[in-house]
Design a protein around this ligand. Sequence first.
Ligand code: C5P
Length: 239
Amino acid sequence: MSAGKKGSRVVVALDFQEVDAALDFVRRLDPALCRIKVGKELFTVAGPALVEQLAGRGFDVFLDLKYHDIPNTVAAACKSAAALGVWMMNVHASGGRAMMQAAREALAGLPRPPLLIAVTVLTSLNADDLREIGHAESPQALAERLARLAAASGMDGVVCSAQEAPLLRRACGQSFCLVTPGIRLADTAQDDQKRIVTPQTAISNGADYLVVGRPITRAADPLAVLERINADVSAALSR
Ligand code: C5P
């Protein structure tokens, strides 16, 4: 699949603690119907070999390791991640302009560079948490500021709540990629997500890719849920 927006807008969060469980689940998916996100939980037990294996099976892999370190270290990590054949990876925007620019430069010249996305404000942090770590701004104002900085530092987009998507779309332009977790079908469990949005609303708010974990991974029939979300996305895109 290309690094563009061809193919499914759904990125299945492969949040498993065991490699075998993850692989058993992936056998039930189809790269034509979704992309896959590998985060810290699975990467810490399965490592780069699993990422290469998934890419080798034709899946576009979003490596969600949220790098945040000195520019030299993040640049080297991004280069190594790109060599695994990932489709998308991310860094923390709060690592600053020099760190994001170094990450961008590390991918320059690659024939098919992965999409490089920034995390603005973790959605687990509220205004009190931010104040405690020295930020006076509201989570939303800080997210917008960091998204603008990410765009100015050469990032392809940000991870954000679908509720923030209209604001960040206006701030960062049409070609900026918005990746939104916290997606739930109207009739499925909310789990621990607080600010949930349906696939249709996320797309109409301007999201490019929807990260969906438990509504698919814990479904009795994961493929059926995935197909339903793909259909909802197609309907919203054609409106
Ligand atoms: O199971 P669920 O659909 O809630 O999974 C969402 C995925 O998106 C998880 O991998 C989670 O870590 C990730 N995520 C999130 N909220 C953020 C950033 C990432 O839920 N703000």
